[in-house]
Write a protein that binds this ligand. Structure first.
Ligand code: NAI
Length: 329
């Protein structure tokens, strides 16, 4: 059989970690013929809970799971990993300023960048899930100069999948028939969920839905605000769908997107579509041979251009704030 792949999950004692680890262990991410060794990292206050997760993973007897390393040591956690899913982070608590949360998180991503650079396998693929996801990924990239920038990405696939789900529900179509939506920009409420190039069973989404007011109004805000809506309903964050989407992101990146389809990924921007350069911006990408490429040549109308610019401006501003936090640290 194949040699096992070491997969790092940080923040593994948290909510998303609890939903993600079993999916990776059961083959949802790398496929039914690829054994894995899970490296689970969390911080000392969560160490006991992390050991509990390890016990449950052992008890699940996943045939593909060839080992579990549960640790609070970032050096041990990052050793020889080929996939790194960065879920660990500091949550925003009541009364905290945005800058305080930013400051906590960017310092985490700065130090974990160094550990990854030092210990991970060359060619490691990194997916940042923890918020602010785009900016955490950027800080990780800046502090791991020997990891190629194209190997560092952030999760906007959840937003992408949310957009697919909304269109599927609205048109009464199985979600597998909905393709090529796009999430542009930041994984925040400034993101632009774009259906202008998407299809439902081969027909343009705009025609299949036939309700422009909805597509330009409630559809967009529903996708943008979905995270908050789930927290309101569950009293907890959207851990199940985040974990599922993280698996989708890595699977498509490693195995490729089906021809003629694309997915959304937060990637280091080359300035395509007028996006700011040197930020991590979500684009439509096609994946092949373990790499991704931004889909080029899509028509951007005036409505879309304004949205792309607004979310890009927010990322530039976030980057400045992050750099300010690191300079003060
Ligand atoms: P959680 O609070 O349940 O889990 C986070 C875990 O990270 C905790 O166990 C905590 O101890 C750990 N942690 C904190 N600092 C760490 C460090 N330095 N190293 C390793 N682990 C550390 O949160 P949850 O619900 O699992 O969410 C995790 C993150 O994912 C949050 O930042 C959340 O905002 C973000 N998120 C992102 C989504 C996306 O689509 N990009 C969707 C949903 C959540």
């Amino acid at each position: 059989g194949k040699a096992p792949v070491k997969v790092l999950i940080t923040g593994a004692a948290g909510q998303i970690g609890y939903a993600l680890a079993p999916r990776v262990a059961s083959g949802s991410m790398l496929g039914p013929d690829q054994p894995v060794i899970l490296h689970l990292l969390d911080i000392p206050p969560a160490a006991q809970s992390l050991d509990g997760v390890k016990m449950e993973l052992i008890d699940s007897a996943f045939p593909l799971l060839h080992g579990v390393v549960a640790t609070t040591d970032v050096e041990e956690a990052t050793k020889d990993v080929e996939i790194a899913i960065m879920v660990g982070g500091f949550p925003r608590k009541a009364g905290m300023e945005r800058k305080d949360v930013m400051s906590k998180n960017v310092s985490i991503y700065k130090s974990q960048a160094s550990a990854l650079e030092k210990n991970a396998k060359s060619g490691v693929k990194v997916l940042v899930v923890a918020n602010p996801a785009n900016t955490n990924a950027l800080i990780l990239k800046e502090n791991a100069p020997s990891i190629p920038p194209e190997n560092i990405t952030c999760l906007t696939r959840l937003d992408h999948n949310r957009a697919l789900g909304q269109v599927a529900e609205r048109t009464g179509t199985p979600v597998s028939e909905v393709k090529n939506v796009i999430i542009w920009g930041n994984h925040s409420s400034s993101q632009y969920p774009d259906v202008a190039h998407g299809t439902v069973a081969g027909k343009p989404i705009t025609e299949a839905v036939a309700d422009d007011a909805w597509l330009k109004g409630d559809f967009i805000t529903t996708v943008q605000q979905r995270g908050a809506a789930i927290i309101k309903m569950r009293g907890m964050s959207s851990a199940l769908s985040a974990a599922s989407s993280a698996c989708d992101h890595i699977r498509d990146w490693v195995k490729g997107t089906p021809s003629g389809t694309w997915v959304s990924m937060g990637v280091f921007s080359d300035g395509s579509y007028g996006a700011p350069k040197d930020v991590v911006y979500s684009f439509p990408v096609e994946c092949k041979d373990g790499g991704w490429k931004i889909v080029q040549g899509l028509q951007i109308d005036e409505f879309a251009a304004g949205k792309l610019k607004a979310t890009g401006d927010e990322l530039v501003e976030e980057k400045a704030l992050a750099l300010e936090c690191l300079a003060e640290a």
